[in-house]
Write a new protein. Structure first.
Length: 109
């Protein structure tokens, strides 16, 4: 029987309040992370753990390579990608964007 306030996700993973994932006795609430491309902040997103936020996946490089600004790809073969915690101003911008676009919030994903 589930304790009050705990739920199962669609994948059957026990969850707590507000999208928290419970693993064993540890609870992970989604955190905001920032992705730097060649030392410049490029985007912010939510993930429960650093491992989940880790940007060293080939699919992410391919996706960023297809995105362009002024006909210049965001990511190339020699591009350095780094995940870090966002600065306070970046966190505020992310929260404002998430509130303005509820379809992108963690409740919708």
């Amino acid at each position: 029987m589930q304790s009050p306030g705990s739920y199962l996700s669609a994948q059957g993973v026990p969850t707590g309040y507000a999208g928290e994932e419970i693993i064993g006795t540890m609870t992970f609430a989604p955190s905001i992370w920032a992705l730097e491309i060649d030392g410049k902040p490029a985007l912010a997103f939510e993930a429960k753990k650093y491992r989940e936020a880790d940007c060293h996946h080939e699919w992410l490089r391919l996706e960023l390579d297809q995105r362009k600004i002024n006909d210049v790809p965001l990511c190339g073969a020699d591009t350095h990608l780094r995940i870090r915690l966002p600065r306070p101003a970046e966190m505020d911008l992310y929260r404002q964007a998430a509130e303005a676009n509820p379809s992108y919030s963690r409740e919708a994903t």
